[in-house]
Design a protein around this ligand. Structure first.
Ligand code: IVH
Length: 372
């Protein structure tokens, strides 16, 4: 089977199992038949290359303990159906799980949430209408590319990078600081903007401590190069740059991370008493301090402007050197973000719009799982 075909099937299986897990709590999960066990075996045979993005997707819905329970349940069903034939894969999964433990788990200061998805402009309009109801209509939107990578949370103290955590289950993430330090566009020390004059009340241009979140991604060129090497070495290629980025960030040997060609873009600053009124001001400042912030963003005042931004990037993104899967729309004023707050899973001040090609794939893959 062609690699591309295997990758497609992998993605499909991943969605199917996620769907099943959403439907049934692990303790009452129904059994799977032999054909499904064969499919599961195929999926898990690539567990090393998909583990990280698999868990981070799962953690959007379940905590770590539940995810582990689900995996254990699937493994026991695999053994039940395939006997000896399951063992090679089971061993692989447990090896990956052991490796995972080598990263220290640290708590997030602020929960690391994901975003609600919308699939057409009317749903974006609904998001806007809901916001207007709470905060009136004198606010603006920051429209940005939705980078298709793996989320990261960086902490800077006194201008120095001190910590980098993955999303994990949103409450606790893996400490990947040493690996992140090997990513060439992430500064370990911030730079003082030209013309900054220190004062007693503002000795440094940046807050003493702040967090900045973003995405680590693998540009297409680095992804193609890595997969060519993996095929040459008879290793399973990565299904997509997102899995490749997530897998590379979890390499045990930090030095190898430098060779993976990972890049980072940052899009969300957090901290106590940050000196900004808007998200846009925070991103501008971050850029002046030398942090990688995309300039492919726009402040929009109306749904029409948002739609124009979406239409423009839906075409132009094909020429970008990295993968994007949508547009993120955020309320720009930080006080209004606070007024809007969060649901249990997502912020009410931001939403993701998925590009059509991505929607087709998501819809195709989200057919309801009929359990045997
Ligand atoms: S803002 C509170 N901005 O997409 C959530 N996220 O599906 C703040 N992503 O969890 C996230 N590009 O991992 C934001 N410009 C962008 C983004 C972005 C990619 C990722 C991020 C997020 C996920 C939501």
């Amino acid at each position: 089977m062609e690699n591309e075909e295997i990758n497609k099937q992998m993605e499909e299986l991943f969605r199917l199992f996620k769907k099943m897990m959403e439907k049934y709590p692990p303790d009452s999960m129904p059994g799977i038949d032999k054909a499904q066990a064969e499919q599961l075996k195929m999926m898990l045979s690539n567990y090393d290359s998909m583990k990280v993005s698999f868990s981070s997707d799962m953690f959007g819905f379940f905590d770590e303990e539940t995810t582990k329970k689900i995996l254990a349940k699937l493994i026991s069903q695999l053994r039940e159906q395939l006997g000896e034939d399951a063992e090679e894969v089971v061993e692989k999964v447990s090896l990956v799980e052991q490796k995972e433990k080598e990263f220290e788990q640290l708590p997030h200061r602020y929960p690391m949430l994901s975003l609600g998805n919308t699939y057409d402009i009317t749903e974006v309009q609904e998001f806007a209408d809901r916001a207007v109801k709470t905060i009136g209509n004198s606010f603006t939107y920051s429209c940005e590319l939705k980078f298709d990578g793996t989320a990261i949370c960086l902490t800077y103290e006194n201008g120095k990078l001190v910590k980098a955590l993955t999303r994990g289950d949103g409450k606790v993430g893996d400490d990947v600081t040493e690996n992140v330090k090997r990513i060439s566009n992430i500064p370990q020390e911030l730079k003082t903007p030209e013309g900054f004059i220190p004062t007693l009340t503002e000795p440094e241009p940046w807050p003493e401590q702040f967090e900045i979140r973003g995405e680590i991604y693998m540009p297409w060129a680095a992804f193609d190069r890595l997969n060519e090497e993996r095929i040459k070495d008879e290793e399973q290629p990565f299904a997509n740059p997102r899995n490749a980025a997530a897998g590379s960030l979890k390499l045990i040997n930090s030095k190898e991370v430098a060779n993976r060609g990972l890049e980072c873009t940052l899009y969300h600053m957090l901290g106590e008493n940050l000196p900004f009124q808007t998200h846009e001001q925070a991103l501008k400042a971050a850029k002046e301090w030398g942090l990688p912030v995309s300039d492919k963003r726009k402040i929009c005042k109306s749904i029409d402007e948002i739609e124009e931004f979406i239409t423009y990037w839906d075409t132009e993104r094909k020429d970008l050197p990295y993968a994007t899967d949508g547009i993120v729309i955020k309320v720009n004023e930080l006080a209004y973000q606070e007024d809007l707050g969060f649901t249990a899973k997502f912020p009410r001040w931001a939403v993701a719009y998925k590009f059509k090609a991505e929607q087709a794939l998501t819809r195709l893959l989200s057919i309801d799982y009929q359990v045997g």
